[in-house]
Design a protein around this ligand. Structure first.
Ligand SMILES: NC(=O)c1ccc[n+]([C@@H]2O[C@H](COP(=O)([O-])OP(=O)(O)OC[C@H]3O[C@@H](n4cnc5c(N)ncnc54)[C@H](OP(=O)(O)O)[C@@H]3O)[C@@H](O)[C@H]2O)c1
Length: 238
């Protein structure tokens, strides 16, 4: 049984909630983080009882993250896995450069990239207490690859995920000689995370979560491989 924490877990059709569900089904102790109380997670708690801890945390706010970490330390002795899944974009995300309000970009980067770093910093003491090599997974995207970039839209999203990738690489250097901590950024595949029937993405969030769970265990002890990988375990260029 592992202790795992997933950020941004409140939407039943999206990836975070389905990772929570998969880990609960596997028998783990799961921390699901959300910005505000959430009925779907409360429903899961009725089914899984004490194996699900719901933690209120806004990853855009350092105080909120630190408060959540302190609260969890009183409830749980260690963490074996953190999945930084939460993401945000502005209403201008799909606009071309000329139409985009550039002042939205900092907010997207603040939550999507800096937010993951806040979580890693605040929850690090719990990761260090893991009896195994604790794993940090930053859910990135192929859209965060600078070398493969083909888009003219979603600039803020690409920038935020590229920043998250840089943070991952920098922290991999920080943890290089520490066998107790490992870190990757992962493109999770193309997923119907909006829950729409007409979404052409090949994977449901539940299917994607199952694939990712296996991948994380497969790579837990790999400290030497490329740090940016796909849901199929392939190296992806930064
Ligand atoms: N769908 C794809 O094909 C695809 C492809 C590549 C990468 N990804 C990545 O996969 C991950 C999951 O995608 P998704 O579409 O399932 O995400 P999503 O539905 O947009 O869910 C993201 C979650 O992040 C939460 N969040 C937003 N701002 C937050 C904040 N300040 N503090 C804490 N939580 C916050 C949201 O909470 P609220 O519910 O409170 O708003 C939401 O539950 C994302 O990192 C995404 O970039 C997806």
């Amino acid at each position: 049984m592992q202790n795992v924490m997933i950020t941004g877990a409140g939407r039943t059709y999206a990836l975070g909630y389905n990772l929570v569900l998969r880990y609960l089904e596997r028998g783990d102790l799961v921390v699901a983080t959300v910005r505000k109380p959430n009925n779907a997670l409360t429903g899961l708690q009725e089914r899984y009882g004490d194996r699900l801890i719901i933690l209120i945390m806004d990853i855009g706010d350092t105080e909120s993250v630190n408060r959540a970490a302190a609260e969890l330390s009183g409830k749980m002795g260690h963490l074996d896995l953190i999945v930084n899944n939460a993401v945000t974009v502005s209403p201008d995300c799909d606009k071309e450069f000329w139409d985009l309000n550039l002042d939205y970009i900092a907010g997207t980067v603040n939550v999507t990239a800096v937010g993951a770093m806040r979580v890693i910093k605040a929850f690090y003491p719990l990761l260090k207490k893991s009896p195994t090599t604790a794993l940090i997974i930053n859910i990135s995207s192929e859209a965060g690859s600078i070398s493969k970039c083909y888009r003219t839209r979603q600039i803020e999203y690409g920038m935020a995920k590229a920043a998250l990738n840089m943070a991952t690489m920098n922290l991999a250097n920080t943890f290089k000689d520490d066998d107790q901590i490992n870190i990757f950024c992962v493109h999770p595949g193309w997923i119907r995370t909006d829950g729409r029937e007409d979404n052409p993405a090949p994977l449901s969030s539940y299917e994607a979560a199952g694939i990712l769970m296996d991948l994380f265990e497969h790579r837990r002890f790999d400290k030497d491989g490329h740090r940016f990988i796909t849901n199929e375990g392939e190296d992806y260029p930064f």
